[in-house]
Design a protein around this ligand. Structure first.
Ligand code: HEC
Ligand code: HEC
Ligand code: HEC
Ligand code: HEC
Ligand code: HEC
Length: 179
């Protein structure tokens, strides 16, 4: 019990230090970042209306350090057949088919990006039961994806010390995220 009380101000200190350091950081991508993508893909239609699972497209989110974005082949299973019901949808699906026919990947613009010196095992978070929405926000309602969390050090540590909702716990010594 005693050591717990002694440790408590320590948590707060590290969290405060982290927030201060982070405030100066220009290294990570920023909250609210929402680039216009080469194909106007909407999560609303695919996740909310069609009820597709996140892992159908982001299949390595629970397996790798860096999940990556879906290959065109993942889309074409449906879109060789589904051409779109409105003019707008047809035009966007044609752009998608254009990349497929040229055997090119869609040059998606990356949104969430941590600096290289940060160690972030994406899969361990997913496998520990932290939901995608806890970190990425309500993706299924976004007409265009934006970065919902700051991704700064204070944000990481706040969760690792048990201050997120719902609460989790993980290591928060400097070497766990930096080596
Ligand atoms: C039909 C396939 C598909 C499904 C299902 C899907 N996504 Fe995506 N996701 C994409 C594509 C394509 C992109 C890149 C274009 C964009 O940003 O909209 C993307 C982008 C993202 C990004 C931004 C990646 C970056 O560059 O940082 C996140 C985060 C994300 N998806 C999370 C989710 C979550 C969470 C779910 C489930 C609620 C989900 N996705 C379901 C295809 C899908
Ligand atoms: C603990 C927070 C957290 C959780 C939970 C989480 N992510 Fe992420 N995600 C991140 C961070 C941080 C990045 C940026 C990683 C980097 O730059 O190394 C990221 C990156 C991504 C990317 C972009 C990868 C790329 O190469 O462009 C996608 C897609 C993604 N996450 C999807 C998901 C999906 C789907 C889920 C749920 C199955 C999920 N994430 C759960 C924090 C999280
Ligand atoms: C399970 C089948 C399925 C898969 C897989 C799928 N889609 Fe779709 N997609 C649909 C359906 C259904 C519609 C609605 C078509 C309509 O009624 O206009 C749609 C609509 C679209 C549209 C037009 C509406 C919008 O979202 O702006 C685009 C663009 C699109 N999909 C891109 C993609 C991309 C990119 C992928 C792969 C990452 C993908 N789709 C994977 C079924 C799918
Ligand atoms: C839970 C993960 C995590 C832990 C633990 C952690 N950091 Fe970080 N740190 C990050 C992330 C993520 C960034 C990059 C984003 C940012 O700059 O806020 C970062 C950035 C930094 C930076 C660069 C800030 C800048 O302005 O560019 C320094 C310095 C740093 N950390 C030092 C530390 C020290 C010292 C500790 C131990 C007290 C520590 N970190 C513990 C995740 C962590
Ligand atoms: C919402 C909660 C949450 C957020 C936000 C979060 N993490 Fe984590 N993190 C966890 C949990 C829970 C675990 C423990 C997973 C396990 O037990 O395997 C974990 C584990 C880790 C580990 C492995 C630690 C070990 O034991 O080896 C690293 C490294 C890590 N996180 C880095 C980060 C970084 C960097 C960020 C910010 C960019 C971050 N985390 C943001 C919840 C979070």
């Amino acid at each position: 019990m005693r050591s717990r009380w002694l440790a408590a101000p320590g948590f707060v200190c590290i969290a405060a230090l982290a927030t201060m350091l982070s405030a100066y950081s220009g290294a990570s991508s920023s909250e609210g970042n929402s680039p216009i993508q080469p194909v106007a893909f909407r999560h609303t239609i695919h996740v909310d209306t069609l009820k597709m699972n996140c892992l159908y497209c982001h299949f390595s989110a629970n397996k790798s350090f860096d999940p990556g974005l879906p290959a065109v082949g993942t889309c074409m299973g449906c879109h060789t057949v589904i051409a779109g019901s409105s003019e707008g949808n047809k035009a966007e699906i044609q752009k998608l088919a254009g990349f497929w026919n040229k055997k090119q990947p869609v040059p998606w613009i990356r949104i969430h990006k941590l600096p290289e010196y940060v160690h972030f095992p994406h899969m361990r978070h997913v496998n520990a039961g932290v939901t995608c929405q806890t970190c990425h926000g309500q993706i299924q309602n976004m007409k265009q994806v934006y970065q919902a969390s700051s991704l700064n050090m204070g944000w990481c540590i706040n969760c690792h010390i048990g201050q997120s909702n719902p609460p989790f716990r993980a290591r928060y010594d400097c070497a766990s995220c930096h080596y």
